[in-house]
Write a protein that binds this ligand. Structure first.
Ligand SMILES: C[S@@+](CC[C@H](N)C(=O)[O-])C[C@H]1O[C@@H](n2cnc3c(N)ncnc32)[C@H](O)[C@@H]1O
Length: 255
């Protein structure tokens, strides 16, 4: 941590970490541990997040010793929190309450036509095995991996890629239907999705530049369900060009 002022790291943490991040019933319990006061629970949660984030980076890159990566990541979190608080104070924004729920996007426990906006990024088909990638984090948080392997979108299906892809399309159709059902008429659903052209070209046996990307496939599915396509924004992805080069932000409106 840089030491530019006389405040201790604890003072800075206490000042920058937004107390509103946890809904009240979770405030004193962080990943199974119970804390006596909210300040300690929130500090622990922030440090745990930085630690798990560091563990992920350390698996992918050995450029810096893990302790230096941890310091850098924690400093970035604190920088974001401070900036957020500065803007919030300057704009005199009152924060709303957060209702965090864990569930399956294919079957939402949310009433019909009750949501003002949806923003999400689904798996880019089976481009990333999230359960495998995050095995360390999941074990540290005590999460049952078998359940994830059987239910996560993109992981479901046999080892054959064509089978996984068929399951993915079925699952995403359910997700889009649920989004349509819970959105209020006239409101928007925003989806961030990578093209995944390279993997699709192998399954569909066409050249990668001839492949209809996942963004287009989801758009077509969404339109069939009743969404109106409103706009899309393309963005190139750096660093994983052997998997895919582009991702899109799709804006869909429920009529
Ligand atoms: C492209 S990532 C986006 C992650 C997150 N939006 C973010 O930006 O950090 C796709 C996420 O979809 C989640 N996912 C997979 N199957 C799901 C399901 N059935 N219901 C809800 N989320 C699921 C995965 O856990 C993964 O974190």
């Amino acid at each position: 941590m840089h030491r530019r002022n006389t405040a201790t790291p604890d003072d800075r943490l206490a000042e920058s970490f937004p107390a509103c991040l946890f809904p009240s019933r979770y405030k004193l319990i962080v990943s199974g541990r119970r804390f006596r006061d909210i300040g300690t629970a929130e500090t622990y949660a922030l440090l745990l997040l930085a630690f798990l984030d560091t563990a992920g980076y350390a698996q992918r890159s050995q450029r810096k010793p893990p302790i230096d990566q941890f310091r850098g990541i924690l400093e970035r979190y604190l920088h974001c929190c401070r900036k957020f608080q500065r803007v919030r104070r300057a704009q005199q924004i009152e924060l709303g309450t957060v209702d965090m729920r864990q569930g399956d996007a294919r079957s939402l426990d949310i009433a019909d036509a009750s949501v003002d906006a949806i923003v999400f990024s689904p798996p880019y088909s089976f481009a990333i095995d999230y359960a495998e990638n995050d095995a360390f984090h999941l074990a540290a948080l005590g999460v049952d991996r078998v359940d994830l392997d059987n239910n996560m979108i993109g992981l479901r299906g046999s080892r054959r890629l064509a089978d996984k892809y068929a399951c993915y399309l079925d699952d995403m159709q359910c997700v889009l239907r649920e989004c349509f059902r819970v959105l209020k008429p006239g409101c928007y659903c925003v989806i961030v999705i990578g093209t995944n052209s390279n993997q699709l070209s192998k399954i569909l046996k066409v050249e990668a530049d001839q492949v209809v990307g996942l963004h287009q496939i989801l758009r077509t599915e969404a339109e069939a369900i009743g969404f109106r396509f409103s706009a899309q924004i393309a963005r190139s992805i750096k660093g994983i060009s052997n998997t895919m080069r582009e991702e899109y932000i799709l804006l869909l409106q429920r009529l």
